[in-house]
Design a protein around this ligand. Sequence first.
Ligand code: IVH
Length: 676
Amino acid sequence: MTKASSPHDVEKDRRRIDQLRDQLNRHSYLYYVLDNPEIPDSEYDRLYRELQQLEQKYPESITVDSPTQRVGEQPLKSFSQITHRIPMLSLDNVFSDDELRAFFKRLADRLELATELAFNAEPKLDGLAVSLIYEHGLFVQAATRGDGTTGEDVSQNVRTIHAVPLRLIGAGIPGLLEVRGEVFMPKAGFNQLNKRAIELGEKTFVNPRNAAAGSLRQLDPKITAKRQLAFYSYSTGAVEQGRLPGTQHKVLLQLRKWGLPVCPEIKLTNGVEGCIEYYRSIERQRDDLPYDIDGVVYKVNDIELQQRLGFVARAPRWAIAHKFPAQEEITSISNVDFQVGRTGAITPVARLEPVFVGGVTVSNATLHNMDEVERKDIRVGDKVYIRRAGDVIPEVVRVVPGSRDKKLKKIKLPQKCPVCGSDVERIDGEAISRCTGGLVCKAQRTEAIKHFASRKAMDIDGLGDKLVEQLVAIGMIESVVDLYRLDTGQVAALERMGQKSAENLINAIDNSREPALAKLIYALGIREVGEATARSLARSFGSLQAIIGATEDALQQIQDIGPVVAKHITHFFAQEHNQRIINELLKEIAIQSENVNTQKQMLAGRTFVITGTLPNMTRDEAKELLESAGAKVSGSVSSKTDYLVAGEKAGSKLAKAEKLGVEVIDEARLRELLTA
Ligand code: IVH
C-alpha cells in the first residue's frame, strides 16, 4: 500500500514538476539552438523519466509545453487544410556567377543605389518549408507550405521534433508570431534510417529530403517521433502585437534568442563579391556539414528595402537562391561490367549514357555488389538516378519508378572471372564475390602493382594507373619485382613515352628502393591491412622477417588486429607465390631500419585534427609526423580533441573547434610540438 501524500509532499512534487519541465526545456535549448549542451544525454533521459513519473502521479499538472507531451496518442484520419495568413513564397534560382551578377545589377538599377548592398547569406537547406504559429509564446500550429496559399496541418508531427520549442523564452515575444523555416533530416539520421530499412528488407529513401517529407506526412505521430527530424528558422510570416528588428540578420538573431534554432552558418555579406565568397566557402564545407544543402540564399538585409522591392509572381525580388550543380541526375544504363579488384573482389559497374552530375560528366557508376544490384533490382536498359556527391565515386541510387521496360533481364554474377577465367566464389554471409585466381589473374596483379606504387605505399612518382595497365598489358611487368628490373631504354620505347619521362620514371623507381618498413607492409596489399595496421605491425615487430614469422596469436596481441586480420596476414605470407615475390623483392630493395619504438613518444595520448591547407606539408605528412610521435589523428573535432591544426581555408572544423574551445594551432606551432 502506498502511503497517502501529505499536503506538504504534494506541494513539493508540484514544484519539482515545474522545475524539471523548465530544466528539460532549457537543456533542449542549449542542445538544439546553441549547440552547446551542458549535460550528457543520459542525464537528460534521467530527468525526463523523473518528470514522466511525477506527471503520472499528478496528471492535472501536465502542461501542453511539457517535454513529455511531444508525441500525441491518436493517429489522424487525414490532414486538414490550413490557409496561410500571408502566402508562402518560393525563390528564384541562379546557377552561375554571371546569372548572379545580372540579379545584382537588376537590384541596383531598381533601387538606384550607389553603395554596396548588405545581404544576409544562408545555406539553402534541402528539406521542406513549414510555418509555425506561436500564440503568446506557445506553439499552437504547424503547416506545410503546400501550394503557397494553403498547406496541411502537421502540428501533431512537428510537435515531435525536439528542435522546435513548445514554448518560446525571453522578452518581447509578439502575441502572434509566425516562424518559417525548413524541416530537414540530418545526414546521420538519414543514414541510420536507411541502414535499418536495409536490415529489415524495407524500402529505402532516395535522399534526406524525401525522408524528411515522408516522415512529416505520417498520419501517426508516433512514427514521425521515431525519425530524426530537425528544424532551422529562416524567416517570419504574420506578426501581431509586437515588433521585429529591421534587418533579416537581426530577425534571425532575435528568433534564436527566443529559443528557435537558426542555422549556424548564416552570415552578413556585402555586394556580389561578398556573396560569391560565401558561396565558395559553403561549397567547400558542404560535405562536412551535418545536413544536406542544395545551394545558398542571399536576402537583402534591410527589411525596408525588401518592402520597396516587393515580389514578382511567386518569388521576392529581394532574395535569390544560388544553387550548386545538381548531385543527382537521371540517365540510363547501357551495360553492366564486372571489375576485378586487387583482392579479387568483383564489383558490378554500370556503364551509363554520359550525364552531367555534381559538376562533372559521369559515364560509369559503381553498383557496389550483387546484393545491392538485387535489392535495387537494377537491369541493363533501366533509367536510373545517379548520384555524385563531393569526391565520392558516383553511384546508382535507384531505378526511376515506373520506367521499367518489362523485357529487361536481371543481371547475373558471372561464374568465372571475366579477366582470368578462374572460378568466382562467394562466401556465405558476405556480400562480396571474389575471383579465386590470386596473382594468376591479370586484373588482380595490375591492381596489386597500382597499389604498390601508390602515394601512401611505395610512392613511385609518375607510375600512374594507366602506365601500370600498359606495362602489364604488354607483358613488360608481371609482378612488383619486375618494376625494379626495368631499364630506361625499354620504358622510352613505350607508346606516349619519351627519353626524359622514362628517365624520370626509372629515377622514381630507384628512389623507392629504401622504403620504411610500414610503407612496404602496406604496399604488399594484404587484405584489410591499411596504413594504420601496417604502422602498428612495423612498430611492434620491427622487421619484415619477424612479421612473416608471427603466429596468429602473436599478431592478435597488437592493437586493432583481431582474428580476421591476423588470418589474412598469416594466409598472405603462407602463399608460395607471395613468398617468392618477397624474396625476389628483397634482392632489389633495402628496408629502412625501424626505430620508431625507441623514439620518444612525446605526443602520446594527445588527439589532433588537421584541417585546411598547411603552408609546407600535406595533411598526410602532418598526420604521419604526429602519429610517429604517438599522437592520435582524428577526422572530426569533438570535445576529446586536444589540438586543431588549421591551415589556409579551414572551414567548419575550425568553427567547431572555436565553439568547443579546442586549442587551434598553425604549422609552425605543430613543428614546435613535434620537436619539443
Ligand atoms: S526563404 C520568400 N531561406 O527553398 C522567401 N528558403 O526554393 C522564401 N529554403 O520553399 C524562402 N533554405 O523550402 C528561404 N535559408 C532559406 C532556405 C529556404 C531552404 C527552401 C524553402 C523554400 C524553397 C524555395
